[in-house]
Design a protein around this ligand. Structure first.
Ligand code: HEC
Ligand code: HEC
Length: 368
């Protein structure tokens, strides 16, 4: 009996190995890299946490190259006019300088396009966190009526009929049809390579450059409790940005949803619109503060044009609502920053801009 079971197990393993030899399969979640593909070893920048790469989407040179082409591919839109890059511009750290992006139907959405960098470290995607993986996120803009507006079946037919894509999919994923899942996997591989970690602040952490006195003052405000100590909330006249925008993880977000006091009544319910949890009404994904020189306008609805306006908002403490975050100083008259404090914070935020990232040729349109 025992040996029979052992033999069955061996046969099972052999069968699995056979399936995997030809690449991984969406159903079987096989983790091997196809025979003709070159494994890609992602380089994690200093002080960054490790990146979680899904076991069923290992990165390969060919997968990343395919993903880059697909990111810039207008065939993923109904009338061949929009690619992902039409709303996510490199010079804007892959966000959109327009308050609301326009889809193929000429209809504008009601949210600001988000910048795309360091997404491999994020825990959820979109302003309301409705996608839990990058692969899942990418499935959404293509059929979205206010974005690329094409059923995935039709987009896949266009890729199948193309001169180069069938070959590129074959080397990246092994034999098998082009599918929306494989398309999303390739783009996710590409997005995971879009790492921004070359700002002045990164060089400072490596001991390669020094911060100016003003930048250092801004850093100190960033990581100090806000408000007046007399008010009894442990305030230390700081700007208190670090509670939500992180610090130690080098991401400049805590990856959690918060309500930073923009509205007393919520037009956009944010996380609450998805979960229907009253405690999440008006909460939005906390964006990274890297590259803010390139990502205006700001907030989920692009309501602020400048960082000065953003700082004025935090200085005011925001407006009361059912879910405003306790770290907002709305009850005690705001942060009470001086003009010099604001200049210092701006100077510090500017040390988080990565000039090399926005001109990195590895991410640019390969069709140009
Ligand atoms: C018509 C403009 C438009 C197009 C085209 C578009 N996007 Fe977006 N993108 C947006 C907007 C707007 C958001 C925020 C939407 C929301 O939160 O509901 C967004 C959000 C995202 C996010 C979430 C980032 C984060 O930090 O959570 C990713 C990733 C993304 N887009 C990737 C893509 C990819 C890949 C494509 C192509 C398949 C694409 N986008 C096409 C406008 C667009
Ligand atoms: C209570 C948590 C919290 C605190 C404290 C906080 N933020 Fe934010 N921040 C957020 C959230 C959440 C958003 C997105 C809100 C939205 O769009 O609805 C945001 C958005 C921003 C944006 C816009 C980024 C973009 O790409 O649109 C900037 C800039 C910013 N914060 C800077 C700061 C600074 C500087 C401080 C300290 C003075 C600070 N924040 C303190 C949670 C916080």
């Amino acid at each position: 009996m025992k040996s029979n079971r052992y033999i069955l197990l061996l046969i099972g393993i052999a069968l699995l190995a056979l399936q995997c030899k030809d690449g991984f399969d969406d159903e079987n979640k096989c983790t091997s890299v196809p025979a003709n593909a070159t494994p890609y070893e992602i380089v994690i920048p200093p002080f960054f946490p490790p990146m979680d790469i899904p076991a069923d989407n290992p990165m390969t040179e060919e997968g990343i190259d395919l993903g880059r082409h697909l990111f810039w591919e207008v065939k993923l839109s109904e009338d061949n006019t929009l690619s992902c890059g039409s709303c996510h511009f490199p010079e804007n750290a892959f966000s959109d300088p327009n308050q609301f992006s326009i889809g193929t139907q000429g209809i504008a959405g009601n949210r600001q396009a988000m910048p795309l960098f360091n997404l491999g470290w994020a825990q959820d995607y979109f302003w309301d966190g409705r996608a839990l993986t990058l692969e899942d996120q990418i499935l959404q803009p293509v059929p979205n009526p206010i974005e690329m507006n094409i059923p995935w079946e039709d987009a896949v037919i266009k890729l199948e009929a193309d001169d180069v894509y069938p070959g590129k999919f074959l080397t990246a994923f092994g034999p098998g049809a082009i599918t929306k899942e494989r398309t999303a996997k390739a783009i996710a591989q590409f997005l995971r390579t879009m790492i921004s970690a070359n700002a002045k602040y990164d060089k400072f952490r490596l001991g390669q450059v020094e911060l100016t006195p003003l930048e250092e003052m801004g850093l100190d405000l960033f990581i100090r409790e806000g408000g007046d100590p007399e008010d009894g909330n442990g305030g230390q006249f700081g700007a208190d940005c670090f509670h939500c925008h992180g610090f130690g993880n080098m991401q400049f977000t805590d990856h959690l949803p918060h309500n930073n006091g923009l509205d007393s009544v919520f037009e956009d319910l944010g996380f609450g619109g998805i979960s229907e949890n009253p405690l999440e009404m008006g909460l939005f994904k906390t964006p990274s503060l890297r590259n803010t020189a390139y990502t205006a306008p700001y907030m989920h609805d692009g309501r602020f044009q400048t960082l000065e306006e953003v700082l004025a908002h935090y200085d005011s403490g925001g407006v009361a609502s059912t879910t405003i975050d306790p770290f907002m100083k709305y009850t005690t008259g705001g942060l009470q920053l001086t003009e010099i404090d604001k200049l210092a914070l701006l100077a510090f935020l500017n040390t988080l801009n990565d000039e090399e990232f926005i001109v990195n040729d590895d991410f640019s349109d390969p069709f140009e």
